[in-house]
Design a protein around this ligand. Sequence first.
Ligand code: PMP
Length: 382
Amino acid sequence: KKPVCECNACYGGSDCSKLLSDCAADAGSGDPYFLEPFWMQRAASSAILVSGWHRMGYTYSDGTFISELLVQYIKRLHATVGNAITEGKYIIFGSGSTQLLNAAVYGLSPNASMSPAKVVATAPYFPVYRTQTQFFNSRDFSYEGDTSLWKNKTDKNSLFIEFVTSPNNPDGKLTKGILHGSNVKTIHDRAYYWPHFTAIPSPADDDLMLYTISKLTGHAGTRFGWAIIKDKAVYDKMLTYIEMNTMGVSREAQLRALKVLDVALEGDGKQIFQFAYSTLRDRWIRLKETISKTKRFSLQNLSSQYCTFFKRERDPSPAYAWLKCERKEDKNCYKILEAAGINGREGSLYSAEDRYVRLSLIRSQDDFEILISKLKVLVAKD
Ligand code: PMP
């Protein structure tokens, strides 16, 4: 039984089992509570204790802000999962991969003497690429809209920095970069490139890749992410960025990351990946089944694919549903769902039409059950 203080907003009573009737389904944020049961089963082995006198200094004994042991764990993790090549590359830590997004833009930008780098992404895309680049307004880079605006233009005098998210947030597609050439640098955001969410066709071997524990172990609140970087000069610039910004990631965060990765790696990761995949696969099947009863809504098309981690074909199990309102008059899909007691996120947040809504499938089981029951009512009305 869950303690009362952790009741989902839709449940009440002394043991949180009473479903409150006037409650809306929360399918908004990407809080990865779907992994909570995995960690509840490992409550003791995943715990850390830090004494008051422990780890008080700024740096590790080698004078860096980066735990070498944690770097080794991360390399072992990628080798075990087969989702990234780390050999001969540099690794840097950030307060979540959020901090590393702008560190990467800075790291890839030219010196101020040249024209600013043009930062682009392809809709639908994770909004922070745009909002952060605009917020950290700099002479070195500027946000220049959707990649498609630049696809067939020859602007050899500018450096382009393209964000590529694969699998993509919000639609779960394994995307590739659109711009190519010697004046194009790419930031590969691999936050969701784990067997929970997608098949792993091959290890990613790009020049700059971003990963995070937020969507891997589910510890989004720890704020721990890492970048894998090929080029030493880019690594040095990103290191300067982190030193100027926060002087490294909190040592408590690094310690917790080390602990949860250690537990996640037990049995070569089979337990966490099997648990996460089967949970999300079941949710996707149930959601598809519910939506298939109507023509009013549709979901993104995803297909089964061979996964080198599971060594077999696996079904889709995306982190988010990218739901579309198909009727011509249903231009604002968010409002339609909201009226039915379902809170998602507007398509326009992802630079797409409001005919789309993102529904988070990685929240708690309670959240998912409420989402499905509200959708069933909505679909039955049709
Ligand atoms: N990239 C993508 C595509 C994301 O969806 C998120 C989290 N929603 C992040 C990066 C940032 O993750 P974090 O800062 O928690 O590591």
